[in-house]
Design a binder for this molecule. Structure first.
Ligand code: GAF
Length: 396
């Protein structure tokens, strides 16, 4: 189908990873292969760090890690084929010891690996050799970093035979790696869905209790179209942390623990005590938490029309109140909404570029892609996606 990118199967990627491994490490065999997905967030944006609800699904776009223990050495050597920068693609470092922790540095992609190794919280991790192969677009706002972290964590579980006591612990360790080693103060959504995603389901996550509910998304007549604007998404600058601070400031002014506890009435009552930007940020988050719960209910009833309307409201609020969209992404959303068969469309992920998500009747996908392509000023990439499985050990 024109315009649509083929998604490589997991078995194809595993084959590629094994071939890379034997080329990179002659004489060694990859005995462990793990896989973790990226995600698309259907609705609930910038709500996770406000104790709110998010509703993502795991994508069939994944990171694969293939490797083996190196019993002759305490060195960890990892090679990647996933990076598009001109940084070195191979990194080597000593397995951390008590009192000798790892620290972030260059190449930057390796910080996600080192961070997870450091946060794995085991006194001794054996030396190992591994390669990373991925199909998640890097910097596309569909959690290439969480999928990398979770693939590494799952690999460490497999080689050490020590698993996280509960899946939440695994996700939180990966989040902590991202905070400490990539300097990105992300919420919990991306790591949670990469760990806990289930094929055929979206996951409604309550980021306050950390409990989650699987909701089936398996109607063959409805498709989830992910469109990459190919405008690079970079969240390690200050925009993301600025938003977080503004939300916390709003909560403090309203004397609530988090914006989850606030209502639109509270906010209106405190309007004269905060500047306009703080007010707008809080209005987005409070509205988005309600929209996310309503959207999950709508989906349970198969009410795609309502789900789509909530997606559109979400996008408008992210664009106007939260100010995290950009012209290219707005163009993609607007052109999708011009098409018959589209229920809703919105930016997805942290923002400032990256992807849109569109809920569309399956028999209209082709026409929608052609229209969006024709109207877009840039060069977009389109993926028809299905809710996929969270992290797994493929071979051990
Ligand atoms: C990024 C973050 F990593 C998530 O935690 C979340 O806050 C998202 O932006 C916005 O919803 O992906």
């Amino acid at each position: 189908m024109t315009g649509l990118s083929a998604i490589p199967s997991i078995s194809e990627l595993v084959k590629r990873a094994k071939a890379e491994f034997t080329a990179q490490f002659p004489g060694y065999e990859p005995t462990v292969v793990t896989c973790a997905p990226g995600r698309v967030n259907l609705i609930g944006e910038h709500t996770d760090y406000n104790d709110g609800f998010v509703f993502p699904m795991a994508l069939p776009l994944v990171t694969i890690m293939a490797g083996c223990i190196d019993s002759s050495s305490s060195q960890i050597t990892v090679a990647t084929t996933a990076q598009t920068t001109d940084e070195p693609r191979v990194v080597q470092f000593e397995s951390p010891k008590p009192g000798l922790p790892l620290t972030p540095g260059k190449p930057t992609w390796a910080n996600y690996v080192k961070g997870v190794v450091q946060c794995f919280n085991l006194a001794s991790i054996p030396g190992f050799k591994a390669v990373l192969v991925n199909s998640v677009p890097v910097g596309g706002g569909v959690s290439s970093s969480a999928s990398l972290e979770v693939a590494v964590y799952t690999f460490l579980e497999a080689i050490t035979e020590v698993s996280a006591p509960v899946l939440q612990t695994k996700a939180l360790s990966c989040q902590s790696a991202e905070h400490k080693f990539a300097n990105m103060p992300c919420g919990i959504m991306d790591q949670f869905i990469s760990v806990m995603g289930k094929a055929g389901h979206g996951l409604l996550i309550d980021c306050r209790s950390m409990e989650s509910t699987l909701i089936p998304i398996d109607d063959p007549d409805v498709s989830v179209l992910v469109t990459n604007s190919n405008v690079r998404h970079e969240l390690t600058g200050s925009e993301y942390s600025d938003r977080r601070r503004q939300c916390y400031a709003a909560a403090e002014i309203m004397k609530v623990k988090s914006l989850r506890k606030a209502t639109m009435k509270n906010l209106e009552d405190h309007k004269d005590k905060m500047d306009n930007i703080t007010f707008q940020r809080a209005r987005h988050v409070i509205g988005e938490i309600n929209r996310t719960m309503d959207a999950a209910d709508a989906l349970k009833l198969g009410n795609y029309k309502l789900f789509g309307e909530l997606m559109i409201e979400s996008h408008n609020s992210l664009r106007d109140d939260y100010e995290v969209s950009c012209n290219e992404v707005d163009e993609l959303v607007d052109s999708a909404l011009e098409c018959p068969g589209v229920y809703g469309s919105r930016m997805t992920g942290g923002g400032f570029g990256g992807c849109t998500v569109t809920l569309v009747k399956t028999d209209k996908v082709e026409a929608v892609v052609s229209h969006m392509q024709a109207k877009y000023s840039g060069n977009a990439t389109f993926f028809i996606t299905k809710p996929s499985q969270g992290a797994m050990v493929i071979e051990k």
